[in-house]
Design a protein around this ligand. Structure first.
Ligand SMILES: [Zn+2]
Length: 218
């Protein structure tokens, strides 16, 4: 009993500290718009469907048009594996300046304050991560300490080839793997480029299996 009390007091103190650390940013919804797969051009012969949420941070440098173009370019790339967008839901939200850039704490707070179904893509201004990646993916394997942002992708406004980057990061999430490929022209080469769009049969098989197992594909 003498031991139990201080331990309990300590864990309660830790719990309160964790709660206090996650602030609740003020989020205002500016616009919501939903597009069906038919409107976006469904790839022929698809076998799996994905509902995608795209969260655009107002004032972060992304326009609605750029977001749409990125989705339209990513669609045929994922279509190679038989994945079609069933629906893409765009959310334009206003957040405090402190939450316009990606960092794990800011992303966790934002995802808590404004929750959307997964997989979700957040179009942010910049990143505070070092090394600074133009885009980051958070799957199951790298989200144990930040469960709020599992199955999300964060793409900065300065990204090169936004459509390829979106497909690349979504593939990381669906594959639940941070692995890169060295194959010529492969989407999962570590450098994103218009030339790198291909997915191998083995990558597709894993992507469909993992994506379905994790509830990200139907
Ligand atoms: Zn990558």
């Amino acid at each position: 009993m003498a031991l139990w009390r201080p331990v309990r007091a300590l864990s309660l103190a830790l719990l309160l500290a964790c709660r206090a650390a996650l602030a609740q940013p003020q989020v205002t919804v500016v616009e919501r718009q939903s597009f069906s797969g038919d409107e976006l051009g469904v790839p022929e012969g698809y076998t799996h469907r994905m509902r995608l949420a795209v969260v655009l941070l107002d004032g972060g440098g992304w326009t609605r048009g750029q977001a749409m173009v990125a989705v339209l370019q990513a669609s045929p790339i994922l279509g190679q594996c038989g994945v079609a967008f069933e629906n893409v839901d765009f959310h334009v939200i206003e957040v405090p300046a402190s939450h316009l850039d990606f960092s794990t704490p800011a992303a966790r707070e934002l995802a808590r304050a404004y929750s959307v179904p997964r997989p979700a893509v957040y179009l942010v201004r910049d990143t505070k991560s070092r090394p600074a990646f133009e885009a980051e993916a958070v799957g199951r394997g790298n989200s144990a300490s930040r469960p709020e942002i599992a199955d999300t992708v964060w793409i900065t406004a300065g990204v090169r080839d936004p459509g390829v980057a979106l497909a690349h990061e979504l593939a990381h999430v669906l594959l639940d793997s941070g692995e890169h490929s060295e194959d010529e022209g492969n989407l999962m080469r570590d450098e994103t480029s218009q030339r790198n769009r291909r997915l191998s049969a083995a990558q597709c098989a894993r992507l469909l299996e993992k994506g379905k197992a994790n509830g990200l594909l139907k």
